[in-house]
Design a protein around this ligand. Structure first.
Ligand code: AMP
Length: 172
């Protein structure tokens, strides 16, 4: 197993009791681990036609930006509400308690662009599904999704139901 996977730290009861938070910051803090993790995320997509990375705020930005550079494509951020100017598209989604939303600028992508969705952790899959719906509303074709880590116990993958691949660099 790659060295970087050993650096992900389990933080029990954060941000709420009962949640085991996967802290990826030690991976980013070590140059060789960061490079290896990004390479593991990039490898499955190198031979596929991708036009842009769509990175999910906030930790998805930290992985999506170097991944976009590795794949030599541009990056479009999918942001939390209140951060972007201009004409916006908003996609709301359910959380365990309440709702959240992802927002993109209308016209951020030319229609038909093939996009790769990027986030740090796949848990229940709600965030990734909202990102996919927003990308479709932007007129994108979904090339796939790439996460650093998939938590299989929460079975988010079962909700993906898309012909496009969902790749996790680490499955735990
Ligand atoms: P979900 O929508 O349930 O798949 O949750 C995925 C989003 O929540 C990602 O953007 C993650 O950053 C964050 N997340 C959910 N569960 C965890 C966890 N156990 N550790 C770290 N981040 C998590």
């Amino acid at each position: 197993m790659s060295e970087w996977t050993q650096l992900i730290r389990d933080v029990p009861d954060f941000p709420r009791p009962g949640i085991v938070f996967k802290d990826i910051m030690p991976v980013l803090g070590k140059a060789s681990a960061f490079a290896a993790a990004i390479e593991d995320m990039a490898r499955p997509w190198r031979e596929l036609p991708i036009d842009a990375v769509l990175a999910i705020e906030a930790r998805g930005f930290l992985l999506g930006a170097p991944l976009a550079r590795a794949l030599e494509v541009g990056l479009v951020p999918l942001r939390k509400p209140g951060k972007l100017p201009g004409i916006l598209l908003e996609q709301r989604y359910a959380l365990e308690y309440g709702t959240d939303a992802l927002v993109a600028q209308a016209g951020a992508l030319a229609p038909g662009k093939r996009v790769l969705l990027v986030d740090d952790v796949l848990a229940t899959g709600g965030t990734l599904l909202a990102a996919r719906a927003l990308a479709q509303r932007l007129g994108a074709q979904i090339a796939g999704a790439s996460v650093l880590m998939e938590l299989t116990s929460l079975n988010g993958r079962a909700r993906w139901t898309d012909a496009a691949p969902l790749h996790a660099a680490l499955v735990a």
